[in-house]
Design a protein around this ligand. Structure first.
Ligand SMILES: [Mg+2]
Length: 224
């Protein structure tokens, strides 16, 4: 059976720049969900002498308060808030970092097709380093950028203004893949021509549903 085409071959020809998110797009978000929702509540409970239940409750509230801000993605912020060495704990379990299915194949082929590839992540530079030490996808990219270095999260139009100045790409000929509908929307308002979501950012969880965007199971579905 023929699969549905997300990008036609004419569109693929006209795309010269590809912007890719890291967590939930290149890498399996199962790691981050395990880390923040399972491991960290346990570590917090141990450190502060509270039950795991209390720890879960407290952290859920803390997470909700800061969701979608740069702080949310900031290791230093969480280390300070929780009095835990987040980078050290992350390094300890880093061997659990995995690619999503199809990621290396897609990167190889997109690069071979002559596309400019940029990684745009809200992950903190320390997180980026820890993950790159496990899965070195840097060889495929023209540049790798943490939004922390721009002063804005990807949810903010300011981020897009900064990268446009920095890389001087044509938004209309650019493909952007991200597992966050909010971020895709910001990119759309900025004028990015091709926007694609990810159905299974976390391989252990049910599908994401995108109302306004096409979405892939694997990035290789974008190759034509
Ligand atoms: Mg993501």
């Amino acid at each position: 059976m023929e699969r549905q085409t997300i990008i036609t071959s004419t569109q693929w020809q006209s795309i010269d720049t590809i912007l890719l998110d890291m967590d939930g797009t290149l890498l399996d978000l199962a790691f981050d969900n395990y880390f923040w929702l399972d491991l960290i509540p346990k570590e917090y409970a141990k450190k502060h002498g509270v039950t795991e239940n209390e720890s879960h409750q407290f952290l859920r509230q803390l997470y909700q308060t800061h969701h979608g801000t740069l702080d949310w993605y900031c290791i230093d912020f969480w280390s300070e808030q929780m009095q835990l060495d987040i980078a050290a704990i992350k390094t300890r379990v880093a061997e659990k970092v995995e690619y999503r299915k199809g990621t290396p194949e897609f990167l190889q082929q997109a690069k071979a097709a002559g596309k400019k590839l940029y990684l745009v992540t809200n992950a903190h530079p320390d997180t980026l380093r820890i993950k790159l030490a496990q899965k070195d996808f840097s060889i495929y990219f023209d540049e790798i950028l943490s939004s922390h270095d721009t002063g804005y999260p990807k949810e903010d139009d300011g981020f897009w203004q900064v990268i446009k100045m920095k890389w001087n790409f044509n938004p209309a000929n650019t493909l952007f893949v991200d597992d966050s509908a909010n971020i895709l929307e910001t990119a759309q308002n900025f004028g990015i021509g091709y926007l694609v979501g990810v159905n299974y950012p976390d391989s252990t969880k049910a599908a994401n549903h995108f109302k306004a965007f096409a979405a892939v199971n694997e990035l290789t579905e974008l190759l034509v």
